[in-house]
Design a protein around this ligand. Sequence first.
Ligand SMILES: C[S@@+](CC[C@H](N)C(=O)[O-])C[C@H]1O[C@@H](n2cnc3c(N)ncnc32)[C@H](O)[C@@H]1O
Length: 253
Amino acid sequence: MDDKTLQLRRGFDSSDPDFGPGIPFWRHEYFSDVLAQEPLLEKIVPALPKELNQKIFAGQPEIEKLWSSYKDHGYGHLFYQLIRCLKPAQCVEIGVLQGFSLLTVAAALRDNGRGKISGFDLFEQYPYHHESFENVDRRIKNFNLQSIATIARRDAFAVHEQFVEVDYLHVDISNNGDTYRKIFEQWAPKVKKVMLLEGGSVKRDVVEWMIKYKKPSITKALDEFRLKYPDWNIVVFDPYPSLTLAVRKNSQK
Ligand SMILES: C[S@@+](CC[C@H](N)C(=O)[O-])C[C@H]1O[C@@H](n2cnc3c(N)ncnc32)[C@H](O)[C@@H]1O
């Protein structure tokens, strides 16, 4: 773990000292509340492993060598099982970095035998922690997932223009409340099944950079959404870095 990761974790660890890295998100005390709020999760929970390092799919150990804040509490298992359960045709990911979540979803689509994922990032043009386009593109080919996963360099808020309809959207671009507002406005009419957005917990709203750069709260945006987007059921997984799951109501019938 690097210093930046430690800083981002600090607020989570100080308020939840017994829930450090390595403990699955589905063992958190609030998980039963989340489970009760979203029926889709009932289909996924039986497929979750006992331990984070349990091998579920081909390529998983190599994908888990990539850097990702999602690894600390096993969110990769959620991505994989969601895709296995939903069997989406078109997936979009905005914010790829080294490809941890993109490749996990691509592996699940491969195991489904159908579906594609299109990933978008600024790559070298992002001034902070980033990865090169070339490295991610090579990685996709090394995993032999190039017929399923493709990437392009594009700003997050222009991606919606090239899609009429998608089944699954994941957004992970150092999100804040305004990211959520823009993404929901652009995508709520186009996403047929599920949206995942990094962040959403109270602790995530007060990580160091959110305070330092006065970034708008995500929890406030979510309070607005519960009135503004009645077609969506929205739940939040609390463990670091926290994750918002929005499921289109009736999409599972
Ligand atoms: C936290 S990382 C994504 C992590 C990744 N999803 C994973 O599995 O660990 C955030 C990424 O968002 C990208 N990014 C930030 N702002 C962006 C923007 N406006 N448009 C597109 N990509 C952006 C960065 O280049 C970076 O690779």
